[in-house]
Design a protein around this ligand. Structure first.
Ligand SMILES: Nc1nc2c(ncn2[C@@H]2O[C@H](COP(=O)(O)OP(=O)(O)OP(=O)(O)O)[C@@H](O)[C@H]2O)c(=O)[nH]1
Ligand SMILES: [Mg+2]
Length: 352
């Protein structure tokens, strides 16, 4: 059910806030300063951005910060350490700064300096992707941060924030190389869209059609058969495993990362065990294709093997031998399948 803020809290609340925001804005304009409202989900890097920006701009601009936080003054202390005046605004239970709070912060700021001496006033809003977008504080520009670890679906899930923002900064891009490809594909439709068509294209090329090329390049030995099985199964397996990785709950990965897990241990101890049952099942299903491809290779070009025997039997119209060959092929396939099921039961007993 769609319940916009206006329906639940009433238009008056926003109207009163808007009125105060316009009032703040008049002050900002009178003081000829630029006010930026920096917003993001908790921990996306607002204070870090300010720490770096304040240090980099300090020589050219006079700046101050209104620092919104629900309970602590930790961020205010971090920014004070850069040598810029900071007024902490503790919002208590409110999940955003509103125009009245900013007006209160301005009064405290005025006790420390003349706002007309400022070029730039930063407002760090409370970490939240929803409420801060609804409440104007009189800012000239809204800046939204989105860190790569949050997932690229956030603009879809929190549209107001990203629609209202004049500028969106992608943060923590240094972490991108550490996101395993599979997880990146599972969480990022963009990366998925890049790789999936290539995989899909090769997957739809029938493996037996590669046999002439394999014979030309690698002869009639074992290697062309192994390569044929590889072509016929690798891409399908890869796509299935990617899908399995997509369903690894993000909370598991993020919890492991928060507890200090590095990429390789997370892959081997969180992702791998989670997808193991599905991967083994994919291998089991694909084993049938691999087995079929061995027989096809032997039918077309081999000096021995079950496929070769069937092909010889056809030449001499020995249908009984052909039936026998088919039954043996089926039985071997069934044994392999049962072997895989037994392996799954032992290796992933916890998943049953
Ligand atoms: N790797 C990496 N870590 C970052 C980056 N920016 C911030 N961090 C880290 O992310 C954590 C949160 O950063 P903050 O700057 O405190 O985030 P915030 O948005 O101010 O958080 P709240 O005020 O609590 O909403 C800190 O441990 C930072 O060191 C970045 O670009 N790369
Ligand atoms: Mg902060």
């Amino acid at each position: 059910m769609h319940m916009p803020l206006e329906d639940t809290l009433g238009l008056n609340l926003l109207a009163a806030n808007q009125h105060q925001a316009e009032h703040n804005r008049e002050h900002f304009d009178a003081w000829r300063l630029l006010c930026l409202n920096v917003m993001s989900s908790p921990g996306a890097g607002k204070t870090s951005l300010l720490e770096r920006s304040l240090a980099a701009l300090a020589a050219d601009l006079q700046m101050a910060v209104l620092e919104g936080d629900m309970t602590t003054q930790l961020d205010a202390e971090r920014l004070e350490a850069v040598g810029v005046p900071v007024v902490p605004i503790t919002t208590g239970r409110a999940c955003h700064l509103d125009a009245a709070m900013v007006s209160g912060g301005l009064k405290l700021l005025k006790q420390r300096l003349d706002p007309a001496s400022l070029d730039l006033l930063w407002v760090e809003n409370v970490g939240n992707l929803v409420c801060p977008a609804e409440f104007e504080v009189g800012e000239h520009r809204k800046v939204a941060l989105l860190s790569v670890t949050e997932g690229d679906d956030k603009p879809l899930k929190y549209p107001v924030m990203f629609r209202e923002a004049h500028c969106v900064l992608i943060t923590k891009t240094d972490l991108l190389p550490y996101l395993p490809v599979g997880i990146a594909m599972g969480t990022s439709p963009v990366i998925c869209r890049l790789l999936e068509p290539l995989m899909g294209l090769i997957r739809y090329m029938p493996a037996p059609a590669f046999i002439p090329l394999l014979i030309i390049y690698f002869g009639l030995d074992e290697l062309p058969k192994v390569l044929l099985i590889f072509i016929g199964t690798f891409f399908f397996n890869t796509l299935m495993i990617m899908d399995a990785v997509k369903f690894v709950p993000r909370e598991l990965v993020e919890t492991a990362r928060t507890l200090g897990g590095r990429t390789l241990p997370i892959l081997t101890r969180v992702v791998a065990p989670f997808i193991a049952p599905e991967v083994l099942d994919t291998y089991r299903i694909n084993m049938a294709s691999a087995w079929n491809l061995v027989i096809v290779a032997e039918l077309v070009a081999a000096t021995e093997g079950l496929g070769k025997r069937i092909s010889l039997a056809q030449r001499f119209l020995r249908t009984d031998e052909i039936f026998m060959g088919l039954i043996v092929i089926g039985l071997i396939g069934l044994l392999i399948d049962l072997g895989f099921r037994a392996l799954m039961r032992r290796a992933c007993s916890w998943a049953n």
